[in-house]
Design a protein around this ligand. Structure first.
Ligand code: G3P
Length: 218
């Protein structure tokens, strides 16, 4: 299972990379805006910095919504660094673009996926990754994890190579549940990744080990 961090914040990417368990980064226009990164050139430069920091795939989202625009933008993004994965929205134009990029050998991430039918289209188009947004489904009282489970079943039925990249992860248990459902990748905020470390028995146990060591070594 791959761990991606879902942020455009360089300090957080560095912190996760330093742990030695990071496999990539996902961004989107909202995450870029949150860091105050605006303008085509600044955005491209920021992707360059991210690619230098992380040793893995970096999703960069297109803004164009028409086929020709997505192709032009995607090719420009892909030229930034071999780590770049062109992130394309789940629309008819987007599926056409993913199919095109797939034939050109450009990696893609089909984003804004909320149903098995959409996931099937992304796999048929040859997407490298598909991003089901589980938190946003949970937000509207729909079973986000259930979608991951159904996608796993359908992809395994046909041996689709598209990797299920569980996105819109809000907390640590989402990560654990995605692992149970067989997601290939999770992308999560740093807080959710850090939550995996926590267990009170680990803290208590370590405290006791150190105290016992001190008793014998005063
Ligand atoms: O990767 C997609 C993700 O950033 C969306 O998360 O929390 O805005 O639903 P959220």
């Amino acid at each position: 299972m791959k761990f991606f961090i879902d942020t455009a914040n360089l300090a957080q990417i560095e912190e996760a990379q330093a742990l030695g368990i990071l496999d990539g980064v996902t961004t989107n226009p909202s995450l870029m805006a949150k860091e105050g990164i605006t303008g085509e050139e600044n955005i491209r430069n920021h992707y360059k910095k991210i690619c230098k920091t992380v040793h893995g795939d970096v999703s960069a989202e297109v803004i164009a919504t028409d086929f020709e625009g997505m192709i032009e933008e995607g090719k420009t993004l892909a030229k930034i660094d071999p780590r770049i994965v062109v992130k394309v929205p789940m629309t008819k134009e987007g599926i056409k673009a993913i199919s095109y990029f797939s034939k050109e050998g450009i990696k893609t991430n089909c984003t804004l996926v909320f149903s098995v039918g959409q996931a099937l289209l992304a796999a048929k188009a040859g997407a490298t990754y598909v991003s089901p947004f589980l938190g946003r489904l949970d937000d509207i009282s729909t079973d986000g994890l259930g979608l991951i489970e159904e996608m796993r079943l359908v992809y395994d039925n046909y041996g689709f190579k598209t990797q299920i990249l569980a996105a819109s992860i809000r907390h640590t248990m989402h990560i654990v549940d995605c692992a149970k459902m067989g997601a290939d990748v999770i992308t999560a905020p740093l807080s959710a990744l850090n939550g995996l470390f926590n267990h009170p028995l680990t803290d208590i146990g370590l405290e006791k080990f150190l105290a016992d060591y001190k008793k014998g070594n005063v």
